[in-house]
Design a protein around this ligand. Structure first.
Ligand SMILES: O=C(O)CCC(=O)C(=O)O
Ligand SMILES: [Fe+2]
Length: 329
């Protein structure tokens, strides 16, 4: 049945709060976990994203603050140092001063949870060493990836396809992104909602799931299913969870991959810093809708496809409907 159009409802993103009970080992999962799993699934079906509060030990506030402080130092390094971070993968090399998004700078690091990876990245940026950056990056990405997997497990269990969880995890890799958005110079004038305020262009994530943290500077916006751009006000300490194209396809379109962007509009007076951990299918992984998610009410929407080939198609074509065009049946 169609969703009622309720404008007030459409504007409010769910804020879910995981208790410790939601983060216990598999064998101990009880009713509270199941109830929360259903809420997570509903939020991901309805909005493709939600705000999440987690227990302090899951992502300690002090670690978040250290990460933001560490990122400020990272982005303050000279351009020629930052440019040393190069990757053959799209969107992972250091990027700054891109003409389409001049306010944005970013780094992407594969498998940042691994100590050797965090160490190499840190040593490239600080040849004299920076152990605290390395430790913060590794620890933060591990915690965010663990949370990413918890959410994935909840979604699969809630759909009754939990038996696929282990193979999903084995076939998932992580990318950590660090992002900075400068205040546009024109913000000193009046309300700036023009293209000069675009921090990040509208997109859906290509991941299965993304877990995102930001400093206190807002700017994230999502496009509702009703076609309206809505500012997302992220409470201090909350994380944002997005469904990406990979999980939208695997779930046979039941989960929504929401289009989002960052706008550094007129009332923003400070730089925005955000960091995200993307759970991405490994390159060779074939995304194939499980039979359990296909029925008369949900006919097959996506053919089986190789994730890396889809990613290549997307980077060559950059279109909003890439998933439908590439993999839609
Ligand atoms: O910086 C943000 O809040 C959004 C980042 C984002 O959407 C992305 O990196 O895919
Ligand atoms: Fe995104």
């Amino acid at each position: 049945m169609g969703e009622e159009v309720d404008h007030d409802q459409a504007l409010v993103l769910p804020i879910l709060e995981f208790s410790k009970e939601c983060l216990v080992p598999k064998q101990e999962k009880g009713e509270e976990w199941k109830a929360m799993s259903n809420k997570v699934r509903e939020a991901c079906e309805r909005h493709g994203c939600f705000l999440l509060l987690v227990p302090e030990e899951t992502i300690p506030m002090s670690l978040r603050e250290e990460m933001v402080t560490a990122m400020k130092a990272l982005f303050d390094l000279p351009d020629e140092t930052k440019q040393k971070h190069k990757s053959p993968r799209a969107y992972q090399s250091y990027q700054g001063k891109c003409p389409i998004i001049p306010l944005n700078e970013s780094f992407g690091v594969d498998n940042a949870c691994q100590l050797d990876v965090a160490h190499s990245f840190t040593n490239l940026m600080w040849p004299q060493g920076n152990p605290s950056f390395c430790e913060t990056m590794k620890s933060m990405s591990s915690k965010m990836m663990a949370l990413n997997f918890t959410i994935l497990e909840m979604l699969l269990e809630s759909f009754g396809v939990g038996k696929h969880y282990n193979s999903q995890v084995e076939n998932t890799t992580s990318v950590m992104r660090f992002m900075k958005y400068k205040v546009p110079p024109s913000n000193n004038n009046n309300n700036n909602t023009s293209s000069a305020a675009v921090g990040l262009v509208p997109h859906t994530d290509k991941s299965a799931l993304t877990v995102l943290c930001q400093n206190e500077v807002q700017g994230l916006e999502i496009l509702t299913k009703q076609g309206q751009w809505v500012q997302v006000s992220v409470p201090n300490g909350a994380v944002v969870v997005f469904v990406g194209d990979a999980l939208k396809a695997w779930s046979n379109g039941r989960l929504h991959a929401v289009t989002h962007r960052v706008m550094m509009s007129g009332d923003i007076k400070e730089n925005r810093y955000s960091f995200a951990v993307f759970g991405l299918p490994k390159e060779e992984f074939m995304i194939e809708v499980p039979n359990e998610l296909i029925d008369n009410e949900h006919p097959l929407l996506y053919r089986p496809f190789n994730f890396a080939e889809y990613f290549t198609y997307f980077t060559a074509n950059i279109r909003d409907d890439a998933l439908e065009v590439y993999a839609g049946v």
